[in-house]
Ligand binder design. Structure first.
Ligand code: AMP
Ligand code: ZN
Length: 138
């Protein structure tokens, strides 16, 4: 996809700071990091988001994920690490080429996760589970 900035990173038209590459995936430093070591892992193939990701490619990408996480851990000894993948503008996706964020966590960093749980009846939870299971089996 010609106007995709991450495709341009893959083909070298836009510069990036690489940390890992193989035949199918590429990892590089986020240009506006939330914390020291904030890294992105992307497929080389243009895939818009998780919904569009072929299972085999997802399998390979996630097979690389522990190595990236452990390399960040070795390099910076963070207190923890969040992986984050935004799918769709409503979920804060701003670059529409799949990417998995690796965000190491320190005492003072730029990431705040505000969770405000809904309080459904168990019947609603069961209905939701049935809808998902039915879709998986369809
Ligand atoms: P998201 O909001 O999940 O789509 O995140 C997109 C991420 O891509 C943001 O964290 C940006 O800082 C990052 N980003 C955008 N352009 C570049 C670039 N040229 N090089 C590295 N990271 C980038
Ligand atoms: Zn792309």
């Amino acid at each position: 996809m010609n106007d995709c900035i991450f495709c341009k990173i893959i083909d070298g038209t836009i510069p990036s700071i690489k940390v890992y590459e193989d035949e199918h995936v590429y990892a590089f430093m986020d240009i506006t990091p939330l914390a020291k070591g904030h890294t992105l892992l992307i497929p080389k193939q243009h895939v818009k988001d998780l919904f569009d990701m072929p299972s085999e490619l997802a399998g390979h990408l996630y097979s690389v994920a522990p190595s990236i996480a452990n390399a960040i851990k070795t390099a910076f000894n963070p207190k923890g690490l969040n992986t984050l993948n935004n799918n769709g503008a409503a979920a804060y996706q701003s670059v529409f080429h799949y990417h998995l964020h690796f965000i190491p966590r320190y005492e003072e960093d730029g990431l705040t996760l505000v969770w405000e749980p809904i309080k459904p009846e168990m019947a609603e939870v069961q209905q939701a589970a049935t809808a998902i299971a039915d879709a998986l089996n369809a």
